[in-house]
Design a protein around this ligand. Structure first.
Ligand code: AMP
Length: 431
């Protein structure tokens, strides 16, 4: 079925599942990583989610578990995958179930924020593979429900994210409970000195592979920037969603949690089905929002950066950055939610004059100037022109002058605005 490529070296049960999943040929990371991992080598992979990384490490693990059968020992898994976020853990578990659909290899997904009951049940059924977030794993280890002394394959996924989230002490504690003889795989989108130090402590004589993190996402995505006043961003969003009914799955990124909630309220008022996903939401709310979005019941998912990595939803039509991220790198992770595995996508960023600096930083990071698309009715200039019609004055003009500073003709002007936002009549003219 897969003669001539690395999938051809896998167990027939895995090949069958791959072909049912529509995986016709390996992605570059799979092509590079699978042969080394099948040979039992440790690995440091610099690659982001969206490159096919999960199958790259999971298929060799499944192959190993199928090839070397051992009697199941309840509470003693043979493979452990650590994920920084609950969403990534759930997604990794979903993919693994798909790859292992014809192999009898039970798994447990251990995440916080939900009852441990079902998870403990899965462990007690003899899960051979455990996919976990550090917190819940340590919790179950402390309760004496799970033991790591039989782990043969260990994966630390999105290591940079783990460190950002302050998981280093937890990770060290988990690693200290693993057997010394094991296969370790370390994945990270970026490699800071801190990340490399952790990798050095975890792997032995590793093969290093690097999949250029930015290119696959950025090159295929039709990126643009829309100039808009901060106060008109929600209106522009509603306008775009109204004029693009073909965008059936849209992810909107907001900087703040309360901003995300505000947008959801406004969209739902306009009868545009939407849901928010951020860290103030319970795990059940997050799962429900994500499932609704995947099924197509929710058209717009409004997220903060917590959801920018790892969320793998097929056919996201468009990503809209309501605000540009403060960390430029997040831009690539955010827009990478569209154009997954060969599809093309659209990414639009709303940029107010105050955010021009952030835009420049993003452009420097991606080494590309993003095209401006100002074909919309909410341009900052349009607000300024609106003054002539008695509409509210924009608090700045295109050059970024604050209200009350000198205008283009050099005279200092301050207009009075009443509470309804309309300019008051200028009585002095009458006198
Ligand atoms: P990942 O980076 O593992 O999150 O994978 C990103 C997306 O690519 C997921 O939707 C996978 O199902 C899909 N994918 C991974 N490998 C392949 C492949 N060889 N062919 C087609 N799709 C793939």
């Amino acid at each position: 079925m897969f003669e001539g490529n690395v999938f051809g070296d896998l167990d027939g049960r895995l090949c069958e599942a791959l072909s049912e999943s529509g995986y016709l040929k390996p992605t570059p990371i799979q092509e590079k990583a699978i042969p080394h991992l099948l040979g039992g080598r440790d690995m440091i992979g610099i690659a982001q989610t969206g490159t096919g990384k999960t199958a790259a490490f999971m298929l060799p693990i499944l192959q190993h578990l199928l090839k070397i059968r051992k009697p199941r020992r309840v509470g003693h898994p043979r493979a452990l995958i650590l994920s920084p976020t609950r969403e990534l853990a759930v997604q990794t578990a979903e993919n693994t179930r798909r790859y292992a659909v014809h192999a009898n290899l039970p798994l447990a997904c251990l995440i916080g924020g939900v009852s441990q009951y079902g998870q403990v049940k899965d462990v007690k059924k003899g899960a051979e593979i455990v996919i976990a977030c550090p917190g819940r794993l340590i919790d179950l280890m402390t309760q004496g429900i799970i033991f790591l002394d039989q782990v043969e394959c260990f994966v630390l996924d999105e290591a940079d994210r783990m460190l950002d989230m302050g998981f280093l002490p937890d990770i060290k504690r988990i690693i200290s409970k693993l057997p010394c003889v094991r296969q370790s795989m370390f994945f990270s989108a970026t490699m800071s000195p801190e990340v490399s130090r952790l990798a050095g402590e975890m792997v032995k004589d590793p093969v290093k592979i690097e999949i250029s993190p930015d290119k696959p996402a950025v090159e295929k995505i039709n990126q643009s920037v829309m100039s808009v006043a901060k106060s008109s961003k929600d209106s522009l969003l509603i306008h775009l969603l109204g004029t693009h009914p073909e965008w059936t799955k849209v992810i909107v990124f907001a900087k703040m949690r309360h901003g995300a909630d505000r947008v959801v309220r406004k969209l739902n008022r306009e009868r545009i089905s939407s849901a928010a996903i951020h860290s103030d939401k319970t795990q059940n709310q997050r799962t429900k929002a994500l499932e609704g979005f995947k099924k197509g019941d929710v058209r717009v998912l409004v997220a903060t950066d917590i959801a920018s990595r790892g969320i793998d939803v097929k056919e996201v039509s468009c990503v809209i950055n309501l605000d540009l991220p403060l960390e430029t790198e997040s831009y690539v992770h955010r827009i990478g939610r569209t154009a997954r595995a060969g599809e093309s996508g659209v990414a639009i960023s709303f940029v107010s004059p105050e955010e021009r600096g952030l835009l420049k930083a993003v452009e420097r990071f991606i080494k590309k100037t993003i095209r401006f698309d100002n074909d919309h009715p909410f341009l900052p200039e349009a607000s300024a022109a609106g003054q002539a019609d008695g509409l509210p004055q924009a608090p700045w003009n295109e050059r970024g002058n604050a209200q009350g500073k000198k205008n283009r003709d050099g005279k200092k002007r301050r207009r009075k605005v009443n509470f309804a936002g309309r300019r008051q009549p200028d009585f002095r003219q009458k006198g």
